[in-house]
Design a protein around this ligand. Structure first.
Ligand SMILES: Nc1ncnc2c1ncn2[C@@H]1O[C@H](COP(=O)(O)OP(=O)(O)OP(=O)(O)O)[C@@H](O)[C@H]1O
Length: 255
């Protein structure tokens, strides 16, 4: 689904200063795989995601997505941000349809798909509600539907549950696992939470401090579907410890 080779990114400030954010990054992601990416703050995770989203140019390297060289924003990608950034004057369904209007998709088909997505995330009773009438977790579900409206193959998620309380976050983890298994999408999730990374992923990618490179690529061999009891599975704990060992006491990953 995705092949990255020799990727690097240097930010160049107007005054001439340079920041090497990513270096020598190689990564292959298979179709329908769920990948989590963890790494210390500032290691270049968001930079990687913005490059994949086609909204930030890379300095070196090649990226192939769904058999095409990536040269800009791709229709194969759906993006979910930390804050869902819903438009307050539009209903849930209208918000989900915003990208369909911008991309000039067939609106009859898109409206039907919006209804299906709204049902899939359990918001059937809220299609006509406004964002302020929804909880944070419900708003984030709307953000996920909006990212899926053009039926992308690949969902990129940048710390999507970071702003939610711990209990809502757990519910959303279960929800995301369900959505992923139903939709068959390939997912790349950036998270600061090691347990969240392990709980959700087929593979966890661990990045070094800036300039970010991949230091570990761990296949998570735990049965699915996973429920909350998985957190007390000894093998789950071993994966979490293996990832934690990459970070010293100053490492800024959450517990
Ligand atoms: N527009 C920019 N101009 C210059 N430097 C930048 C820019 N954006 C990011 N950086 C630098 O690049 C490095 C990587 O930033 P990035 O946001 O990708 O890290 P991150 O791993 O996502 O961090 P966090 O986990 O804290 O969100 C950081 O040192 C950051 O200061």
């Amino acid at each position: 689904m995705l092949s990255i080779s020799g990727l690097s990114k240097t930010y160049e400030a107007r005054g001439g200063g340079k920041t090497l954010a990513l270096t020598e990054l190689d990564l292959m992601v298979r179709r329908s795989e769920f990948i989590s990416v963890v790494g210390p703050s500032g290691c270049g995770k968001s930079t990687l995601l913005k490059i994949l989203a086609g909204i930030l140019p890379r300095s070196t390297g090649e990226i192939e997505l769904a058999g095409e060289l990536l040269t800009g924003p791709s229709r194969h990608i759906g993006l979910v941000f930390q804050a869902p950034l819903l438009l307050p004057w539009l209903t849930v369904k209208e918000n989900i349809l915003v990208p369909a209007k911008i991309q000039r998709l067939d609106l009859v088909a898109a409206a039907k798909r919006a209804d299906e997505l709204i049902e899939m995330v359990g918001l059937g009773a809220f299609a006509r509600s406004y964002p302020k009438e929804l909880s944070g977790g419900m708003q984030q579900r709307v953000g996920i539907c909006r990212a899926l409206i053009h039926d992308p193959d690949f969902l990129l998620m940048d710390e999507p549950f970071g702003a939610l309380d711990a209990m809502t976050r757990e519910t959303m983890n279960a929800e995301l696992q369900r959505i992923w298994s139903l939709s068959g999408k390939t997912v790349m999730l950036i998270t600061h939470s090691i347990p969240e990374a392990v709980y959700l992923a087929d593979r966890v990618i661990v990045m070094t401090p800036r300039p970010g490179r991949i230091v570990d690529d761990i296949a998570i061999d735990l049965p699915r579907p996973r429920d909350l009891a998985m957190h007390s599975n000894p093998q789950f704990g071993e994966y979490v410890m293996r990832i934690r060992r990459h970070f010293n006491s100053e490492g800024s990953l959450d517990a």
